[in-house]
Design a protein around this ligand. Sequence first.
Ligand code: BYC
Length: 314
Amino acid sequence: MTATLPEEDLEQHFEATIERDQRIEPRDWVPEGYRKTMIRQIAQHAHSEIIGMQPEGNWITRAPSLRRKAILLAKVQDEAGHGLYLYSAAATLGADRADLTDKLINGKQKYSSIFNYPTLTFADVGVVGWLVDGAAICNQVPLCRSSYGPYARAMIRICKEESFHQRQGFELLMTMMRGTEKQREMVQEAVNRWWWPSLMMFGPPDADSPNTAQSMAWKVKRHTNDELRQRFVDMSIPQAEALGVTFPDPDLKWNAERGHYDFGAVDWDEFKNVLKGNGPCNAQRVAHRRRAQEDGAWVREAASAHAAKKGSSA
Ligand code: BYC
């Protein structure tokens, strides 16, 4: 219906929908910039879920008990599901999943910097659950109110599952902290490696974030990168105290005036370097995804041939 209105009226309708805090749905006209922004963010998010399966998948065969193996399998499977909801949300904007995957494996679209770091010990599985999923929840809960309906709705289920992931990570670490001295050292060492990369997950500082202003105006993002990073620091400190670990930042301290914890400078050169493809695992992650895509070609072809056969006999 709205497609027959002049562009000016369509734009006004779009702006008014955002202004009223209502959702933009796939049937609605959207400015090209909004479509591009949503596809960019949703695709990057979907790719992160899929690439994010690799660092933890690495430990499924080596989990120390059947219980830990079952939990890890369920978690990694959840990430695959999240990727699929998100690719479907991107499809409602006209993006093609195969094309998005091509862009990922050809380095034309990004995925989260965090998944370019290695998981060196089993304590990393716990720390990824606690800090990485914790940061993901902190970033994604406000996205449940994002202006694009299919994305916001996908985020509700994703956040519920991420919350289970975060708790399993914390519980794993709590168990290790009650174990031997060596296990406590493993946990602390993993925390030391993951803390700063977790803070980078929230994106560049607001002053260097080219997309934040427009995404806030369109209510795609509900908080800026720095606001969410601060929220994450504030919520993580009491959790670290409960666990009995410390963060590798001598500048962390409560600032009563601000009502927040102060923290040290993030190494943004490292972040930029990881985004350029030079992190410890970038090449390995993309090569693995490319191999899986190539190895799965016959399955996709067989499924399409089967669907075509069923369609023609109906
Ligand atoms: N890594 O203008 P900015 C998960 C890019 S959790 C890589 O601030 P924006 C999971 C950004 O794309 C992780 N790239 O951008 C958890 C932009 O580049 P382009 C996924 C990053 O979009 C556990 C440029 O830097 N979560 O999946 O306004 C287990 C400038 O940034 C990063 C999401 O994707 C980064 N850390 O804000 C398994 C959440 N940060 O595109 C899986 C949804 C920034 O212009 N996304 N860049 O070339 C968001 O909330 C926002 O997109 C961001 C960035 C806060 C990440």
